[in-house]
Every structure is written in C-alpha cells, then in structure tokens.
Write a protein that binds this ligand. Sequence first.
Ligand code: NAD
Ligand code: TYD
Length: 334
Amino acid sequence: MKLLVTGGAGFIGSNFILYWLSKYPQDKIVNFDKLTYAGNLENLKSVEKNPNYEFVQGDICNHELTNQLTNSVDIIIHFAAESHVDRSIMDPAPFIKTNIEGTYVLLEAALKNKVRFHHVSTDEVFGALELNSKEKFNDTTPYNPHSPYSASKASSDHLVRSYFDTYDLPITISNCSNNFGSYQFPEKLIPLAITNIVEGKKIPVYGDGLYVRDWLYVDDHCRAIDLIIQKGQIGKTYLVGGLTEDISNIEIIKKILKIMDKNENLIEYVKDRPGHDRRYAIDWSTINKELGWKPEHNFDDYLKMTIDWYVKNQDWWKRIKTGEYQKYYEKQYK
Ligand code: NAD
Ligand code: TYD
C-alpha cells in the first residue's frame, strides 16, 4: 500500500509514520507537510533514509501539488491542520484556510484520483460537557463547537461526510480526544508542564484548573487509525478516547510534579481562556465492539513514559524552544 500522510511532520502525524513503517515495512509513505511552526522533521530522523519514505514540502491548499501527489497513492491519511486552540483565538485565519479549504482541496484530489480518504478529527467539535456529569460524547452527539479551531474542524468533518453522501468517495473519520506522548509541541498542556518543570519555570494553569480532558496516548491513537483503515466501515465515523476517569488539569499537573519530585509552588493560576470548554469525555464503545480497539495501558503508566521521554530528549524540545529545529529542513534536504 502507498499512503499519502498530510501533516506528517507534526506530533501525531510523525508518530503515525514511525508506527506504520515499523509495522508495515513494505508499505510506502509520502509525507506531505507545509512545515509550519508545528512541523518538525527531526521527529522523523530515524526513517529519513528509508527508501519507502519520502518527504514533500507543500501546502494542502495547493490544488496542483495535491492532485499530483494523490495520483499515485492508495489512501490519504489527513492529519494536516492548525491544531492549537489558543492560536485560533489570537488569529483564526490560518485555521479557516488550512482546516477547511485545505480539506476541501484534498477531497477534490481524492475524488479525481479515486483514492480512499481517512480524516483525523477531534472531540472538540461536540462542544463541552457539564462538570461532574456522567455524560460522554457518543455516535449521536450533535456538533456544537466553541473555538475557531473546533469550528474549523467541524466544518472539515461536514465536508468529508458530504463527499461520501454526494459522490460516494470512500471516507472514514476518527474524532479523538486530547493526545499526549513523544514529539508533542511544547505549547500543549502536558509537554509544556514537563519542559517548564525541567527548566524551573512556572506552569500556567488557566482559570480554576478544573477543566477535564479525556487523555489518549498517541500510540493508542495510531493503532485506532490503523484498525479503521484496515477494517473500518466506509462512510463511518469512529470516536476514540482514553482511560482517564475525569481527571482535571490541576490534578494532572500535580501528578507530573509528584513524579518529577518537584514542589507545587511551580503552579501559577493565570487568566482563563475565552470560551474554554469545561469537560470532554468520549464513549469509544463502537470502535471497541466493531474493531476490538482499546487503550493498551492506563493513564498513569503512559504519563510516566511521557515524562521519561521528555526528560531523556531535552535536546529535541530545547531546539524547539530556541527555534533551531526550523533550520533542519534546509540543512538536510536542500
Ligand atoms: P500538529 O499541530 O502537531 O501538526 C500539524 C502538522 O500539519 C504540522 O506538521 C504542520 O506543518 C502541518 N500543516 C499545517 N498546515 C498545513 C498545510 N496548509 N499544508 C500542509 N501541512 C500543514 O498537530 P497534531 O497535534 O499532530 O494533530 C494532527 C491532527 O489531529 C489535526 O488534524 C488535529 O486537529 C487532530 N487532533 C489532534 C489532537 C491533539 O491532541 N493533538 C486531538 C484531536 C485531534
Ligand atoms: P491544550 O493542551 O491546549 O489542548 P485543548 O485546548 O485542545 O484541550 O489544553 C488542554 C487543557 O489545559 C485545556 O483545558 C487548557 C489547559 N491549559 C492550561 O491550563 N494551561 C496551559 O498553559 C495550556 C497550554 C493549556
């Protein structure tokens, strides 16, 4: 099989490429990525000389290039997006452009070249759940996004589904919860907290810190996408989540501080994010029943593995914090 992976230099996309090439070494992967601030080819150093891996720098909004790359592949796995809620609040424009228009351009290319399309989306399209309720997002939860990020992802999901309903394009969608693990850009909560602790900096906690996310380890997410690609029903959307029982941001930060043997005086409460969704929780029973997927380990084990990775790979994230990582493409590829 030959896969076109969009956004493969980002956090989940690069984990997915490493996962796929180690599990299916005979398959070919084209990584199509614009290399925005979030794209980091250093994540893929271990495969850059693999003859079955190719990197193409480009924008998914570019019709011609997208069409050309789609021409020779069997499937598109679409990760490319602007992904950070806080940035979408500061400037929604790139979110509208990449997440909506870029998805449309890819869908057109998939249709023209008769290529299967898997769209990676988020649980944030469903809006927010009440704190302390037992409610979870499920297969019938209506869309109710609150941030420019989640609204742009919701639009992209609707577009993908419309290409199935209207043109019979073979699509699948996964809506997953907050991922964490290796190679996550240190602007997101867990890597930000760990790297700040190592540097002796404060950890900013938005509002009262009692916001709840449903944490999914990135390798479990990659396995879920693998199963959907291999055995998922065409036209269907799968919800993917973790094993945490309503753990708040402040509890996670306290766990990290405890594991790293540091004092809670590093916690700093700061102004809340506008439109901040209170709670996310996912009912992933459909993918469990249909495809046999479930997370492999519990949250605490994954959190320890993640802390360990960031402590051992300080070079990786320090090169991000200094901006050095953005020179890697020029040095290695040009
Ligand atoms: P990321 O921000 O780490 O990486 C995004 C990648 O897309 C980067 O490599 C970037 O260079 C690339 N990109 C951005 N605009 C592009 C464009 N116009 N053309 C080509 N490439 C472009 O994101 P991530 O955390 O790896 O998320 C991947 C996908 O998963 C996104 O679609 C996101 O919405 C979804 N998702 C992420 C999470 C999470 O917790 N990280 C949770 C649910 C869903
Ligand atoms: P984030 O990692 O940005 O993911 P998302 O907004 O997509 O859920 O944030 C996770 C949670 O952590 C969210 O409730 C916002 C909160 N948060 C903080 O309290 N402090 C921070 O510095 C960041 C980045 C996030």
